[in-house]
Structure formats: structure tokens, C-alpha cells
Design a protein around this ligand. Structure first.
Ligand code: BDR
Ligand code: CA
Length: 309
């Protein structure tokens, strides 16, 4: 056993999810990858997790989870990640099947077998919410639920107020935030600090390995999105930030806050409302909110992972 943090990465690969898998492979001990419907449909996110596992030569189990959010129809972000979820990359599909099609049961059972795991959801929170509903005590068995999603300060990307992972399944996010688990939120206010552009694409291109080439391809594809849709020269590397918040917490500044999810608002459904009042608030903090990160170091660690995995 190593002294790296032991994590279950719950994901919807996804370009930045692929970077999160690579980052976690280098800096954490991946106990398993669980997949969820999000950026693309569940069959695609699961297939991509298996493709990425082969690419990096790893052997973590892959368990497929929920094919739709708790109460609403699935949303997709194909315009960001491409129809297949990985920008049409020429990466062989694995002949292997997922280790199970029941990520919910896996989450419940694995956290019973081993207390103190970190759950790192970087897609919609459906799987984690379903596992908490199946066994509310799971909340106390984990060291943290550190999710990428939401935002402090009311910043959205799908809508003016809502970030994709929360907007895709606000009811699930609310279950997680109300679970009593040690929850940390790594939202857009944080991930927008961690930008990648031409320099990082070139670094990946210069890494003469299958992983380097694949990550270079993904960054090239991502660049088309942020240049054409956002009009920017760089894009946010969202999902690896949640991994680094566990593996390199010294790079992050967190504050304990009360966070609620708007599930009803006409304009604000899916928004994470962070109570910034401090003293005088009637609500106890339920979440560690990430506010700042040493972005230069974070990007360097992601690139190092690409080079060394
Ligand atoms: C989040 O949404 C997804 O498209 C990304 O993979 C990331 O998890 C950013 O809003
Ligand atoms: Ca994701």
C-alpha cells in the first residue's frame, strides 16, 4: 500500500475527466472508477473510462452507474466534448466490459469494506446521491466527498447561474450537500483559475508516449471549443482540480460555508447558493468551499502526470 490518498473517481469522461483520470493515476490510488450519464450518455462515458484505462495501462475496476438523473432527463455537453465524449479521438474501444453495471451497490459495499475513502465526483452527482439514499450511513464512512461542480459567487456555465454538473442533476446535488458527509466543493470560481492553452498543448505533444499524444489531441479539440464558443485563448481544466484538492490540499484555500442548491428557480435552477454571511447566518456550514488555488503548480502537476503515467 502507498501513502497516496485512496479515491473512487466518479466521472463522465469527458475531456477534462480524462485529464482527471490521468492526474489521479499519478497522484492518488484509484480504488475504482464509477461512471455516470453526464457529458455524454452512460454507455459512452463507460466505454471512455475503459478506453482510458487501457491507454494508461491501469487495472482499476470500472463500474457503470446511473443512466439518467434522479428526476429529469439527461443533459449532454457534446458541443464541448464531441459526440463520443472524447472529441472523436482515435483511441481503440476496449473489448473488456465494465466490472459491474451497479456502481451504486459498489459504492455502498466498498465504503463498508474500507472506511476513509475519498469520493471524487466530477460529473453529475447522481451515483453518489443514489448510494447515499440506499445507505445514508455512507456519509460517515468516507473521508470526503470532493466534487467538481457549482460555484461560489453565482457563476454558471450552462446558464448564467448554474454549472453543468449541478444543473444536470440538482436534486442529486442537494442530497449530497444535505447528507452530513464531509463535502468539499471545487466549483467554477476555482477551476476558472486553472487555465490551459497552447503552451500545455505543446507540452503534451512533446511527451512522446501514447498518453502524451492522446492528451495533446484532447487539448487541441478543447481549444476549438473555447476559441469558438467562449472567444478565449485558454480553457479551464475543471475536473483535475477536484483530484488535486485531495492529493495536494496545500495548494488550495478552503472556507467552511453553508451551500444550498436551487432546485426550483425559474432562472436559477441548479445554482449553488453559498451563504457568505458568516456570523449571523441561521445555517451551520455543510461544505468546504474552494476559493483559491496555486494555479501554476496545479497545471504543472497535471502536466507531470501526463508525462509520468
Ligand atoms: C464540468 O462539466 C463537464 O462538462 C466537465 O467535464 C466538468 O465536469 C464543468 O462545468
Ligand atoms: Ca466531468
Amino acid at each position: 500500500m502507498t501513502d497516496k490518498p485512496r479515491i473512487i473517481l466518479d466521472c463522465d469522461p469527458g475531456i477534462d475527466d480524462a485529464f482527471a483520470i490521468v492526474t489521479a493515476s499519478r497522484w492518488a490510488e484509484i480504488i475504482a472508477v464509477t461512471t455516470v450519464s453526464g457529458n455524454v450518455s452512460l454507455d459512452k462515458t463507460t466505454a471512455n473510462a475503459l478506453r482510458l484505462r487501457s491507454l494508461i495501462g491501469s487495472d482499476f475496476p470500472v463500474h457503470a452507474g446511473a443512466h439518467k438523473p434522479l428526476e429529469v432527463a439527461p443533459l449532454s455537453a457534446g458541443h464541448v466534448h464531441g459526440d463520443c465524449g472524447l472529441g472523436g479521438i482515435d483511441l481503440p474501444y476496449s473489448s473488456e466490459s465494465p466490472d459491474s453495471n451497479n456502481a451504486i451497490e459498489f459504492l455502498v459495499e466498498e465504503t463498508r469494506k474500507e472506511e476513509g475513502l475519498h469520493l471524487v465526483p466530477i460529473g453529475p452527482l447522481t451515483n453518489i446521491a443514489l448510494a447515499l439514499q440506499a445507505d445514508p450511513d455512507m456519509a460517515k464512512r468516507v473521508s470526503s466527498i470532493t466534487f467538481m461542480g457549482g460555484s461560489a459567487g453565482g457563476l454558471g456555465n450552462v446558464t448564467a447561474a448554474a454549472e453543468f454538473n449541478i444543473y444536470a442533476d440538482p436534486e442529486a446535488a442537494q442530497v449530497v450537500l444535505q447528507s452530513g458527509s464531509p463535502v468539499s466543493m471545487v466549483g467554477l470560481n476555482l477551476t476558472h483559475q486553472v487555465q490551459v492553452g497552447t503552451k500545455e498543448t505543446e507540452i503534451c505533444h512533446s511527451i512522446d508516449t501514447p498518453v502524451g499524444s492522446a492528451m495533446a489531441y484532447l487539448l487541441d479539440f478543447y481549444a476549438d471549443f473555447y476559441r469558438s464558443h467562449l472567444g478565449t485563448d485558454t480553457g479551464s481544466m475543471h475536473d483535475p482540480c477536484a483530484v488535486l484538492a485531495i492529493t495536494h490540499p496545500e495548494l488550495f484555500a478552503f472556507e467552511e460555508k453553508y451551500v444550498a442548491v436551487e432546485v426550483n428557480g425559474q432562472h436559477t435552477r441548479g445554482m449553488t447558493l453559498v451563504d457568505e454571511r458568516g456570523v449571523g447566518s441561521e445555517f451551520e456550514p455543510n461544505c468546504r468551499v474552494a476559493y483559491n488555488v496555486n494555479a501554476q503548480e496545479a497545471v504543472a502537476l497535471i502536466m507531470q502526470a501526463v508525462a509520468e503515467v
